[in-house]
Every structure is written in structure tokens, then in C-alpha cells.
Write a protein that binds this ligand. Sequence first.
Ligand SMILES: Nc1ncnc2c1ncn2[C@@H]1O[C@H](COP(=O)(O)OP(=O)(O)OP(=O)(O)O)[C@@H](O)[C@H]1O
Ligand SMILES: [Mg+2]
Length: 320
Amino acid sequence: MEYELNHREIPVAVLELASGLGKTIVKNIVSAPNIERLPLGVLTHGSSEIDPIRIGNWIDERSIPKERSGLERIIERLGLPYPNQLLLDSLSLSLYDQYWMRPAGSEIAWRDVNFFQNEFSSDLGDALLGDVEDIEGRTFVSPDASSSGFLPKRWIIRDGKRILMKGGKFPYFQEPQNERVASRVMKLLGIERARYDLEFIRGKAYSLCETFVDSETDFVSAYYIADMFHNMPFDGSKAFDLFLGRCEEKGIRGAREAMDRIFVSDFILFNTDRHFNNFGAIRDAVTLEWKGFSPIFDTGNCLWNEHATEIIRTDTIGDA
Ligand SMILES: Nc1ncnc2c1ncn2[C@@H]1O[C@H](COP(=O)(O)OP(=O)(O)OP(=O)(O)O)[C@@H](O)[C@H]1O
Ligand SMILES: [Mg+2]
């Protein structure tokens, strides 16, 4: 089936996708009318041709990871051929960028469907957090279909704001509290960060974080800025220099200072989860100009979240 990939109102590419497979297979690039608006990292390196494997991976990275808690049950109950069908049914819209896909030839308009300006179903979020048992007959058109990361999570709308609600992981479920603490610590240090609040629902802790993107901006993770690690050295400091070089090539200013802020706060908070999908930059989705780095987010894996209190002692810190 053919899908048109768009960036806001602008058509970017038409792709023929093979359906019913555990992985997105792009069988054919039918057309690419605006290659400058393609997602970063999908061209064959050094050329202006779309690489079908890279763009297929980009679609897969956009959908809920198979390992997300609660997902397998939903897929099974709905009889979906593969998790990415949820993404396609939600037009691949997200609350972190302005890409989306519609069946080729469809008249659906971005202004009528994007989740920044339009409401969305809460059914998928309810199901993912285990709040509903009977999922038949529900509509799953939701930004939850395009949410990455392993922790249980859902998007909600509160007072018109789009907010990501994240739970913790077994056995200590400490991550939401940690995100709140980390958010407070960074505020005290004067470091720009996404604000996390804390809420308890039926005894379970959740962190709440408003999207740092609006309908005119994109968040692009470092993974794509680094060109999906094309020729990325394994040596961490060389990879870091290469990443800074890629930021410079692309005109993303202030990368070194932003990375310094990330490293300092991660060091102070003992954050152990700073991978390339946990930081990135913000781009103007209208002009394509880079606006700078995103505020620091995803800081729940800190303060010894996976360790029992009794082993968190200064003499064991080296092993933690
Ligand atoms: N406040 C936000 N505004 C916009 N996008 C966000 C926000 N918070 C998270 N995201 C997007 O959602 C993704 C998943 O969120 P997050 O990294 O917090 O989840 P996670 O489950 O803790 O991830 P991980 O698997 O890295 O532990 C992020 O990589 C980012 O693309
Ligand atoms: Mg993350």
C-alpha cells in the first residue's frame, strides 16, 4: 500500500510499504518531491537518494517498541498484524514533531488532524496503562501510537496542554519521583530542563511533562543528528567530537554548551540513561532553521533507581 509522508502541509515522499510484517518494509520510493524536508538520516550517505532501509527504520523507531509493557496484549486482542499498524492508523502523527503519513490519494488535511491543535482518543493510553479490559470497539487514534521509550506512558490533554505521563518500572517504581527531583535540582542549578511534576493515580506514581514542541517545531533526537551513527567510532570521546562536528555542519549552535549542561546534571544526579535518543535539538518546522538544543528530559534513571536503599552507601557507589 502507498503512503504519503508529509511535514505539516507539505508532501515529502510517497512510499510503498509492505504490510503484515513484523518490520516496516519500504518496497518502493514512488516519489520524493521535497527532499530538504525529509526526516534526518534517511538518505543513502552522501547522496540525495532515500535509502529504503533507513526510512523503514525511521518508521519503526517512531512506533511503540515491541517491549513496551501492555502492548503485546493490545496487539493480540485487536488482532493487528504488527504494532506499526497502530502507528499507521494514527496517521503517524506525534506530539514531538510535524511528520505524518496518510494513505496516498487521501484528502485528510494536517490542520484537521494534528494532535497539537486537535483532540485525540484516550483509549490507547488507557489500554497501555492497563486501565481498560474491554478494548473492542475503541478508537486508537492517538499520539501514544508514536511514543518511543520503554517505560509505560501515555499523552493526556490538561487545560489545553499536551502532557506526557510516565510510570516507573519494577521493582521500585522510583523513576517518576526521580524525574521530579531531577527537575527541581536542575532548576536550582539554573539548567534549562523540561519540568516534571508528580502525580499519584490509584497509588501509582506518574511523572507529568508538557511537550516542549508546538505545532511549528520538531524535536530531532541526537540519533538522527548524528546520522544514525554512520561511521560513528566506538570510542566515546571520538563519537562525541564527531557528534559536535555534525551539529556544526547542520548549523545547530550551542551544542558543546548544551552537552556540558547534560553531562554536569547527569553526573550530579547519577543518571545512567543518557543515550542518543534522550537528547536532541529543536528545529523550526516552517523555516527548517535550527533553534538550539531541547531542554533536558528523561532523567528518571538516576539516584540509584534500580538499587535497594541498603546498598546505596558511599562505599558502594563505585559498584552501583
Ligand atoms: N516533554 C516532551 N516533549 C516532547 N517530546 C518528548 C517529551 N518527553 C519525551 N518526549 C519524546 O518521547 C520519547 C520517549 O520519552 P522518554 O525518553 O521520556 O521515555 P522513556 O521510556 O523514559 O525512554 P527510555 O527508553 O530512553 O528510558 C523521547 O525520546 C522523546 O522523543
Ligand atoms: Mg528516553
